[in-house]
Design a protein around this ligand. Structure first.
Ligand code: DGJ
Length: 790
C-alpha cells in the first residue's frame, strides 16, 4: 500500500513496516523514515529534521534556501557538487567535462503490480499484493532524468528499489557511479553484519560497530564472490537473534558489486548498494537509458531471525523460477568426490547402480566428461563428449541411467575456455585478455568474453545440443575462476569500462534463454562452491552449491551463515567422503548427513567403497529425508545457537501449520564432564502437544576403542589396534544411539526448553546417555499429537 500526502509525501507500507519519503521545499527527495509500521497521516513534516541556523562551515545549497545544506539532509538519491560531501550514489561526467548534477522532483507514478526489469534478474508479483512507485527526478541544467523505482511487497515486509538514468537531448553522458540504493538514516547506533569468506570457508558471519567513516563490501572479480557477499544487515546495537530492530539489504546481482555504510560527522548513516563503481563507466547517448540492478530491503523488529525469514519468504515466492517454487528437489548422487576425473562409463554405471540401491533419484556426472578432459588443464569450451570415457556418448550413458530409474544430471562450466581447446584455436579473441600481456590463469583457464553476442550464441547452441542429447534433467553450472587482464576484443576502446557489467548482461541473457527453453531442467549454480551464491543467480537457477567443503564441522558454519539470507530450498548440501577431502577430519556418516539434510541433499563420495555399516546408515537417512523432505527444504527456519558464538550450532525448521518440526543439534568439541543442557525451541504453537523423538542414528562401535566390551553384548579383542574381528564387528554391527522421547506442550518446549539427555561423562553408559563427541550431532523430530480433553 502506498499513500501520497499533498503530492509531496510518499508513505510506502507493508504489513509491518513503513518507508517515508518527502519532497522538500528545495525539491530534493528526502528520506524521512524506515522501520516499524506507523499509522498514516496527512502530514509527516514532524519527521523532517534539519538545522535551521548556520552549522559552522557547512556549505549552503543555495542562497534561496538559507542554512540548508545537503550534507545534513537525509536523501534518497545523492550526488556530488551541491553541498553533500558524503559518498554520492550517482556520479555522471557530462560532455562539457563537468561532473556536478542536481536532481530535483519532477513527477511520480503509482501502479499495482511490478514491471519486469529487462535483461536483469528481478523480483516479481506472484499471487500477492505488490504496488509500485516511480519517482522521476530531473536535472534541468544537464537534461538528464533519474527514475527511482520502488516496489512494495506488502505480505513479505519487503521493498525493492532500483534506478534508471534517462538521458535527454543534450548530448552523450558518462555514468561513473550508479548505485541502486541510497538510504540515509538519521542516527548511527548500528552494528553492521556482513558475510565474509573464501573458498571452502564461505558465508562466515562478521559483526562490527559502525563508527565514523566509510565501510565497504565489494567484489572486483566478475562474480559476487565469497569474499564479501552482496548482503548487509544494519542492526540496532541491542538487537539479538529474536528481538529488536534490523534492516537487511541485498543486491540482485552476480558480478562486481559494492555496498557501503557511511557514518557522517553529523551522526547520520548512509547505506548504498549497487554495481561496483571501480573500473566501471557507461556511455549514454541522447535518449538512451541505463537500468541498475535491484536491491531487496527488509526491516524486522523480530531480530536477525525475523529479517532472515523475510528474505527466505520473498526468495521462495517472488524470485526463484515459479516452476521450481515449493517443488520437491531430487536427492542426488554426484560423481565429483567419488571419482574426480578418473572414470569411464562402466565406473559411472556402477556408482549409479549403488546410488539407486541406496534410494537416490538422480545421478550427476560432474567435471571430466568432455573431449580430452582428464585434468583441469584442458578442453573447456569444447562441449562434446569424450568417446574414450563415454563410448556411447552422453545419450548412451543417460539412457542406461534412466533405465535404472534415475534422472541424469550434468556438470558444465560454460563461461570458461582452456587455451588447450579447439574453441581457443578457432577463436582466441573470445577470451578475456590483452594482446600485449601474457594472461594470468586461474585453475589453468581463461574466461570467455560474455559481452560478445557471438560467444553467447555459440554457448546457447552447444549447451542446448548437450542438454537434448543427454536428456538432462539437472545441470550444475560451474564457474571456477575470477577475472584478470580485463579487456574485451569485442568492445570498442572507449567502452572497455563497460565490460564487467556487459559480462553479466551476456550471462543473464544466456541463462534466460536456457531457462525458458529448458524449463524442466533443474539448474544449480556453483562457482568453486559458494563464490556466486547470490540473489541474481537464484532468479535463473533456483539452487546453489553452497561450498566445496562437505566436512560437517565446517559446513555447519557455512550453512548457518548462509541462512542469514538464503532459504534451505536454495542450498545444495552433500554427504562427502571420510576423512573430509577438504580438512582431513574424520566424521561419522551420521554427522555428515545431519548437517547436509538441512538443505538439498546429495551424496558425493565413492558409494562403492562404503562399509556395510555406512550403507545401512545411508538407507535409513534416505528414508528419513524422503519422509520429511518438504519440511527440510521448505520449512520455516529458526536459528537457536550460533557456531560463531558458541560450541554448537542448533537450528530448526517448522512446518507452515506448525504441526511438525525438526531440530538439528551439532557440537564442535567434546567437553569433559559436560553440564546438562537446555534447548529453547522456537516457532512452535504454544497450545500444541508435541511428541519429540530423536532420529534413530547409529554409531560405529569402533569409536569406543577398548571400551567396546563395556557396550556390546559379545567379547571383542582390540589389542590396541583394530583387529580383524574388531573391524568386522564395527563394520556390520549397527549400534543404535540413545533415543529420547518426550511429550510436551509447545509453550514448555519454547520457554522452559527441551532437556536433552546428558552427554557421556566418562563414567556411565546406557541408552539414556548421548555419545556426541567432537563434531557429533543429533536430530530431533517433533509432531503434534492430539490430546484428549478431560
Ligand atoms: C568446482 C565445484 O565447486 C566442484 O563441486 C566440482 O564441480 C569441480 N569444480 C569440478 O571441476
Amino acid at each position: 500500500m502506498i499513500y501520497v500526502n499533498n503530492n509531496n509525501e510518499f508513505h510506502l507500507t507493508t504489513a509491518n513496516t513503513s518507508y517515508i519519503i518527502k519532497v522538500l521545499e528545495s525539491n530534493h527527495l528526502s528520506h524521512l523514515y524506515y522501520g516499524r509500521k506507523i499509522r498514516n497521516r496527512d502530514d509527516f513534516s514532524n519527521l523532517y529534521h534539519n538545522y535551521v541556523t548556520p552549522v559552522g562551515n557547512e556549505t549552503n545549497y543555495s542562497k534561496k534556501h538559507e542554512h540548508y545544506s545537503l550534507n545534513t539532509t537525509t536523501l534518497e538519491l545523492s550526488t556530488y557538487g551541491k553541498s553533500d560531501y558524503r559518498e554520492p550514489s550517482l556520479h555522471i561526467e557530462f560532455s562539457d567535462n563537468s561532473r556536478v548534477s542536481d536532481f530535483l522532483f519532477h513527477s511520480y507514478n503509482i501502479y499495482e503490480g511490478k514491471k519486469d526489469i529487462e535483461g536483469l534478474p528481478h523480483t516479481f508479483q506472484n499471487e500477492d499484493t505488490v504496488t509500485s512507485l516511480e519517482i522521476k527526478l530531473y536535472d534541468q541544467v544537464m537534461d538528464v532524468y533519474v527514475l527511482l523505482q520502488y516496489s512494495v511487497f506488502y505480505d513479505r515486509d519487503v521493498i525493492t528499489r532500483s534506478i534508471k538514468i534517462i538521458n535527454g537531448e543534450s548530448g552523450r553522458i558518462k555514468i561513473v557511479k550508479a548505485m541502486s540504493l541510497n538510504i540515509d538514516f538519521d542516527n548511527c547506533d548500528y552494528d553492521l553484519i556482513t558475510l565474509e569468506g573464501k573458498w571452502i570457508r564461505e558465508k562466515h558471519i562478521q559483526k562490527q560497530r559502525l563508527n565514523k567513516g566509510v565501510y565497504y563490501i565489494n567484489s572486483k572479480k566478475f562474480t559476487s564472490s565469497s569474499d564479501l557477499n552482496p548482503f548487509m544487515c544494519l542492526s540496532e546495537t541491542d538487537t539479538t537473534e529474536d528481538y529488536g530492530s534490523c534492516y537487511g539489504f541485498s543486491l540482485l546481482y552476480s558480478g562486481n558489486h559494492q555496498g557501503l555504510a557511511e557514518v557522517s560527522p553529523h551522526n547520520q548513516t548512509r547505506v548504498q548498494m549497487g554495481i561496483n563503481p571501480f573500473d566501471f563507466s557507461w556511455l549514454l547517448d541522447k535518449k538512451e537509458e541505463f537500468q541498475t540492478p535491484e536491491v531487496i530491503m527488509t526491516y524486522s523488529n523480530n531480530g536477525i531471525g525475523g529479517m532472515s525469514r523475510n528474505f527466505h519468504d520473498v526468495i521462495n515466492h517472488n524470485l526463484i523460477p515459479v516452476r521450481w517454487q515449493f517443488r520437491k528437489r531430487p536427492l542426488l548422487a554426484n560423481s565429483w568426490e567419488a571419482a574426480y576425473f578418473d572414470f569411464n562409463e562402466k565406473k559411472l554405471l556402477r556408482l549409479a547402480k549403488t546410488a539407486k540401491e541406496l534410494g537416490m533419484e538422480l545421478f550427476v556426472l560432474d567435471d571430466g566428461w568432455f573431449k580430452g578432459r582428464n585434468d583441469d588443464t584442458t578442453s573447456l569450451g569444447d562441449w562434446v563428449e569424450d568417446r574414450k570415457k563415454l563410448p556411447n556418448g552422453l545419450e548412451g550413458l543417460s539412457n542406461k541411467i534412466n533405465e535404472m530409474g534415475l534422472g541424469f544430471g550434468l556438470w558444465v562450466e560454460p563461461e570458461m575456455i582452456s587455451q588447450e581447446s579447439d574453441l581457443y584455436k578457432r577463436h582466441p579473441s573470445w577470451a578475456i585478455k590483452l594482446e600485449n600481456r601474457e594472461p594470468s590463469f586461474g585453475r589453468n583457464q581463461l574466461m570467455l568474453d560474455m559481452s560478445n553476442p557471438n560467444v553467447i550464441n555459440y554457448l546457447y547452441k552447444q549447451l542446448s545440443s548437450v542438454f537434448r542429447r543427454g536428456k538432462v534433467k539437472y545441470v550444475k553450472w560451474d564457474m571456477n575462476r575470477c577475472v584478470t587482464d580485463v579487456y574485451s576484443s569485442y568492445l570498442p576502446k572507449h567502452r572497455q569500462k563497460e565490460l564487467a557489467h556487459r559480462y553479466m548482461l551476456g550471462l543473464y541473457d544466456l541463462l534466460n534463454r536456457l531457462k525458458t527453453d529448458f524449463e524442466d531442467i533443474l539448474f544449480e549454480s556453483c562457482a568453486s562452491g559458494g563464490n556466486r551464491y547470490d540473489l541474481g543467480m537464484l532468479y535463473y537457477m533456483p539452487q546453489t552449491w553452497a561450498s566445496d567443503n562437505t566436512d560437517p564441522g565446517e559446513r555447519m558454519n557455512i550453512q548457518y551463515g548462509s541462512s542469514l539470507i538464503y532459504p534451505l530450498s536454495t542450498l545444495g548440501a552433500h554427504v562427502g567422503s571420510n576423512p573430509s577431502h577438504q580438512v582431513l577430519r574424520q566424521n561419522s556418516i551420521e554427522s555428515r548427513f545431519n548437517v547436509a539434510c538441512f538443505g538439498l541433499l546429495g551424496y558425493e563420495l565413492n558409494l562403492n567403497n562404503l562399509s556395510n555399516f555406512e550403507k545401512k546408515a545411508i538407507k535409513k537417512q534416505v528414508e528419513f529425508y524422503k519422509k520429511h523432505r518438504k519440511l527440510l527444504q521448505y520449512g520455516t527456519f529458526y536459528r537457536i545457537k550460533s557456531p560463531f558464538e558458541t560450541n554448537y550450532a542448533i537450528w530448526m525448521v517448522v512446518s507452515k501449520d506448525k504441526e511438525e518440526a525438526i531440530v538439528g543439534y551439532y557440537q564442535k568439541l567434546q567437553e569433559s564432564n559436560k553440564s546438562l543442557e537446555t534447548i529453547k525451541l522456537k516457532g512452535l504453537e504454544e497450545q500444541y502437544m508435541y511428541h519429540l523423538e530423536s532420529r534413530a542414528q547409529f554409531m560405529n562401535i569402533e569409536r569406543f576403542g577398548e571400551l567396546i566390551n563395556d557396550y556390546v553384548p559379545f567379547n571383542v579383542k582390540t589389542n590396541g589396534v583394530r583387529g580383524i574381528i574388531h573391524k568386522t564387528v564395527s563394520d556390520n554391527y549397527m549400534y543404535k544411539n540413545d533415543v529420547q522421547k518426550v511429550d510436551e506442550y509447545g509453550d514448555s518446549l519454547m520457554y522452559a526448553g527441551l532437556k536433552p539427555l546428558q552427554q557421556f561423562n566418562g563414567a556411565g553408559f546406557g541408552d539414556q546417555v548421548r555419545y556426541i563427541g567432537d563434531f557429533g550431532s543429533r536430530i530431533y523430530y517433533l509432531k503434534k499429537v492430539e490430546v484428549m480433553e478431560e
